[in-house]
Design a protein around this ligand. Structure first.
Ligand code: SF4
Length: 317
C-alpha cells in the first residue's frame, strides 16, 4: 500500500541548546499507509501527541521531515499549510470543550466550511445536517450548545466538525478515552465505518489498548520519544519487545494472575527520567545488560515488512 504520510528521522526537542537536550520525539521514522488505521500507544508523556501535532505541522520540529504525499510539509508556511489543511484533521479528547461555549452545534460544525469553502449558505446548512446524521445526531441538536450535550454527543460533534471537509487523514488523539464503554464502542464503530466508506486514513493515539486492538491495522509503540516496536496487532503472542510486554501487563485488570504478570515484567522505576545514552527502557527492563547502558538499539525487522523492534536482545527473548 502507498504511504500517505511519513516521518523521516523526526526529532522534537524543547531545549535543543542544552548539552543533553530532552527529546519529546527522538529520531522517529514511521509511515502511515493510505486507508489504514495506525495505532500509536505508550505511557503519558512518551511523545505521542507531540508526534501527532508534528504530522499536521501544528508543532515546529527540531530535525527531520514530515512527508505528505511525498512532499516535506514540515517547513510549510501558514499559507502553504492552509491549502492542504482541510485534508488533515485532528480530533482531541473532549474536542468540543476547546470551542467557544457560546456557539451552537450548527456554528461549531459549520466553522471549517465558513473558513475554507465557497459553498452557499444553503449548501453549507445541508452539509452540516448530513454530517450530523452521519455521526448519529439529528437536526434537533443543531441549535444546542456544548453544555447541553452529553460527553458522547459532544465528541460526535467534534468528529463531525473534523470530517465535514472530507479530509483524507484524521488524527484521533485520545478521542474515545473519556467516554463510557457503550459510547466509546459507538464512536469506534463510526470511525471504522468512515474508513470503510470514505477510505479515511487515521492515526489513532490512545492509551486504551483494547480500543487499539479493536480498530487498528498496525500499531507503533513509543517510549520516551522513541519507537520501541511496530507490530501488526497487540496480541500477547505477537508482542516481542520487553516494553510492549510491560505496557500490556500494566493495562491488565485486577485478576491476581494478571498482577503476577505485572510484577515479573518490569521494574517499577519512574518512567520520566532522562536517559542520556543507550536504551531508554534500561532502568525498568528486567533483561537489561551492559550493552543496553551504552548503545542505543536500532529498529530491526523481525518479520518480513510487518514487525519491527528496537532491542539488542529481541531475537533471543
Ligand atoms: Fe531491555 Fe536492553 Fe532490550 Fe532495552 S535493549 S529493551 S534495556 S534488553
Amino acid at each position: 500500500m502507498e504511504n500517505l504520510i511519513e516521518t523521516v528521522s523526526l526529532k522534537k526537542s524543547y531545549q535543543p541548546w542544552k548539552k543533553h537536550p530532552v527529546y519529546a520525539v527522538d529520531d522517529v521514522s514511521i509511515s502511515i499507509r493510505k486507508g489504514e488505521v495506525l495505532g500509536l500507544v505508550g505511557e503519558s508523556g512518551c511523545g505521542k501527541s507531540t508526534l501527532g501535532k508534528a504530522l499536521l505541522n501544528l508543532e515546529p520540529i527540531t530535525e527531520g521531515k514530515v512527508l505528505y504525499r511525498g512532499k516535506d510539509i514540515s517547513r510549510y508556511s501558514f499559507r502553504e499549510m492552509r491549502k492542504i489543511r482541510n485534508q488533515m484533521q485532528m480530533v482531541f479528547q473532549n474536542s468540543i470543550d476547546s470551542f467557544n461555549p457560546y456557539l451552537t452545534v450548527r456554528q461549531v460544525v459549520m466553522e471549517p466550511l465558513n473558513n475554507y469553502s465557497k459553498a452557499s449558505r444553503q449548501e453549507k446548512e445541508t452539509k452540516v445536517r448530513s454530517m450530523l446524521e452521519e455521526v448519529g445526531l439529528g437536526a434537533e441538536y443543531l441549535d444546542r450548545y456544548g453544555s447541553e450535550l452529553s460527553g458522547g454527543q459532544r465528541q460526535r460533534v467534534g468528529i463531525a466538525r473534523a470530517l465535514i471537509m472530507d479530509p483524507e487523514f484524521v488524527i484521533c488523539d485520545e478521542a474515545v478515552s473519556a467516554l463510557d464503554y457503550a459510547v466509546r464502542n459507538k464512536i469506534l464503530r463510526l470511525l471504522y465505518r468512515m474508513k470503510k466508506e470514505k477510505g479515511l486514513t487515521y492515526l489513532f493515539i490512545s492509551h486504551d489498548l483494547s480500543a487499539v486492538r479493536q480498530i487498528c491495522d498496525r500499531v507503533v509503540v513509543m517510549y520516551m520519544g522513541q519507537v520501541m516496536e511496530i507490530l501488526p496487532d497487540l496480541q500477547e503472542e505477537t508482542i516481542r519487545h520487553p516494553y510492549t510486554k510491560a505496557l500490556l501487563a500494566a493495562s491488565l485488570g485486577t485478576d491476581p494472575r494478571d498482577r503476577q504478570k505485572k510484577r515479573v515484567l518490569f521494574k517499577d522505576e519512574a518512567s520520566g527520567q532522562t536517559i542520556p545514552q543507550g536504551c531508554p527502557f534500561q532502568n525498568r527492563c528486567l533483561y537489561a545488560r551492559e550493552q543496553c547502558k551504552t548503545e542505543r538499539p536500532i529498529l530491526t525487522m523481525l518479520d518480513e515488512g510487518t514487525h519491527w523492534g528496537a532491542c539488542h536482545y529481541i531475537k533471543e527473548l
